[in-house]
Write a protein that binds this ligand. Sequence first.
Ligand code: ADP
Ligand code: ASP
Ligand code: MG
Length: 291
Amino acid sequence: MVTIVKKFGGTSVGDVTRIRNAAKLVSDHIKKTNDKVTVVVSAMAGETNKLIALAKSCVSEPTLRELDVLVSTGEQVTIALMAMALNELGHSAKSFTAQQAHIATDRNFCKAQIQDIDSLNLKAAIDCGIIPVVAGFQGIDADGDITTLGRGGSDITAVAIAAALKADACYIYTDVKGVYSTDPRVSSNARLLPQVCHEEMLELASLGAKVLHPRSVYFAMAYKIPLCVLSTFEPDAGMTWIVKEEELMEKPIVTGITHRTDEAKISVHKLPAESVALSTLFQAMAEENIY
Ligand code: ADP
Ligand code: ASP
Ligand code: MG
């Protein structure tokens, strides 16, 4: 019996039509193959940003514990809608929050790391023919407090669940056809890469290719989970498999180029020799939150 995880990102579940479309994609797969599918979802596109803005409109510095309680609700909306959509298609689906799926993290609110997933609940559901629909991005710490894994963290949830279920593969459905040589929304020359090795994907992801969260690549590598990135809207139009280096068909010298829009280089010339000059400069930058 094949066990797989399918994760849908924010744009893929951006409105109810898209949620129904993603549910149909899961349903068609199950009807064709009889695979055991677990679904992981992000919040609907823009919802996490809205929740963060809401907190900041209320107070200047939201307490991180409360911010996690707030932002984790985005995914809770989507798991319920996705489970309803799957049920309407004739399946038996059930939503799982991080607490119900037993996703244990450390206590670092807003940037927690998954420590363990006790897959007992998920496996029991799967064994009963239920499709678990799990909230991405959220976890539970040792005190039972809600945590979140950092922006883009649903990718981590998906691969970590695939590892806990010893799944045969994890499919990350997104709004592009896979991993490209550079961001396809920035360059029309970007080339879809059929395969990328873990090490290169880790580097691309860490340096700005947000198509995969770097820690999800780490989990895939550490737990040997075949990881695939493809489009929710054109699932048959191509895909990228993240593979071991020795499995690469081609060994290019340069695989891809990334960019970040939140970094700038400033050169300061003729700085006085006294050390106070440097501290004055860095103090002024810190006051403007420039790091
Ligand atoms: P999701 O909401 O599905 O998690 P993200 O917005 O987090 O999707 O990631 C997908 C986006 O990553 C794409 O829309 C694309 O603009 C961006 N991206 C940046 N670099 C790359 C790359 N090298 N290959 C593919 N997509 C990339
Ligand atoms: N909803 C979260 C975010 O916007 C997590 C995710 O989408 O992966 O960052
Ligand atoms: Mg993402």
